[in-house]
Design a protein around this ligand. Structure first.
Ligand SMILES: [Fe+2]
Length: 137
């Protein structure tokens, strides 16, 4: 696989790993059982995407990174829970934007299909977190 594609998929992989870590930390301070389970499920999704990205990288002959993105520290630096969720969703939107930017240049149907579903999954989780935020005091 070409280096540009490998770097792109590894950037996403590191971002998803970071998202999973962030969500794990947010789950621990969730103010309600509903929020707890929503974030727990979203965190599992992030771990799933990170694992699938690594599998795609291997399948295409690339080398998966095992690093975690710096997003974890950025969310830790935000003091309040709502602010952390807002930053989380900004990060999730960034992932969708990056995928949509790259999709036209990805000719391989299996990888393109995977990335489309990953972007859709992010839309769903962003909407769910936005909805849950309305119930925060
Ligand atoms: Fe994500």
């Amino acid at each position: 696989m070409n280096k540009e594609l490998e770097d792109f998929l590894n950037t996403l992989c590191e971002a998803e790993r970071a998202g999973g870590r962030v969500l794990h930390e947010l789950t621990a301070i969730a103010p309600s059982p509903e929020m707890h389970h929503l974030l727990r499920k979203a965190g599992h999704d992030e771990g799933y995407w990170a694992g699938e990205l690594a599998a795609q990288l291997r399948r295409l002959g690339g080398q998966p990174s095992n690093r975690t993105g710096d997003f974890v520290e950025k969310v830790r630096a935000v003091g309040d829970f709502r602010g952390k969720l807002e930053l989380l969703n900004r990060g999730q939107r960034w992932v969708i934007r990056k995928i949509n930017e790259q999709l036209p240049s990805i000719g391989e149907p299996e990888l393109a299909g995977f990335l489309k579903v990953m972007a859709q999954g992010h839309e769903v989780n962003i909407a769910a977190v936005e909805e849950a935020m309305k119930k925060l005091g």
